[in-house]
Structure formats: C-alpha cells, structure tokens
Design a binder for this molecule. Structure first.
Ligand SMILES: [Zn+2]
Ligand SMILES: [Zn+2]
Ligand SMILES: [Zn+2]
Length: 139
C-alpha cells in the first residue's frame, strides 16, 4: 500500500492528513494482522507517537470507519483496517495452532448465516483455527 493510497483513504473519509494518521493507518494496512496499540508503537519504532496520540488517532480513524476493533475474543484490543468489511460482516480471522499467529483472511468470503426467527444479525465474524501456510511448509 503506497503512501498516496493511504492519504487517499484519509481524504475520502474527510480526515485531515496528519503524520500519526498516515503512519498508523499505513502500518495497519501493511501488517495483514490485527495489532494492539503496543504492536503499532513497536512497528513505528523510535519515532512512534506517544501512547495518547496513538489512542486518539485510532479513535479518529475508527470514528470514520477506516479502522475497527478486530473481533478476536481476546481481552486486549486489536485494531485493523476495515476496508474489506461490510456493516454486517467482518472478514474471517485465522489463528494458527502451531505458531499462534492470527492473520486477516480478507480474501475469504463467507455467506451470512441464516438465523432462527426472531433473531436479528448485527455482525458476523468467523474465527478459524488450523495450520498456517508457513507452518505447513515447515512440517
Ligand atoms: Zn473487519
Ligand atoms: Zn503457523
Ligand atoms: Zn482482520
């Protein structure tokens, strides 16, 4: 994802371009996996904005629907880009039972499940467990 694509996303969402917004959105787009605030700071290295700025930036990105919390069922909040998701469905997540890494399966499309009468679906997200391609190759 190039820097101009990142600034396009921000502009389309009506957000002013700031260095933290661009850098944080870019690192989430490049990660291919949901990240905690600490992991975002790690990826940005020594020049990472402080914790408060990271948190506020994530909230402003989330407020415009560019980013959202990943539905991982974990206590720590993980954030990820939302451009592959719809209002009713978040892309599936795959957790490897060997290396324990969780990856975004944005290329996998699942049909919305039919619920019993009287139930209304607000959001569907699917978690998959298995062995990832790297661990499969390693045997
Ligand atoms: Zn999503
Ligand atoms: Zn693995
Ligand atoms: Zn994801």
């Amino acid at each position: 994802m190039s820097n101009s694509q990142v600034s396009d996303l921000l502009r389309q969402a009506g957000l002013r371009l700031t260095a933290p917004r661009e850098r944080i959105l870019q690192s989430l787009l490049e990660a291919g996996a949901p990240l905690t605030q600490e992991q975002i700071a790690e990826r940005l290295g020594a020049s990472a904005p402080n914790k408060t700025t990271i948190y506020r930036t994530l909230m402003s990105l989330a407020g415009k629907g560019l980013v959202h919390r990943a539905y991982l069922g974990e206590r720590t909040w993980h954030f990820e880009p939302a451009h592959h998701c719809s209002q009713h469905q978040c892309h599936p997540h795959f957790t490897c039972t060997r290396c324990r890494k969780t990856r975004c399966m944005t290329q996998v499309k699942a049909p919305l499940l039919a619920l019993p009468k009287g139930y209304r679906l607000e959001r569907q997200s699917i978690r998959i467990e298995g062995v990832c391609s790297a661990c499969t190759a390693r045997k």
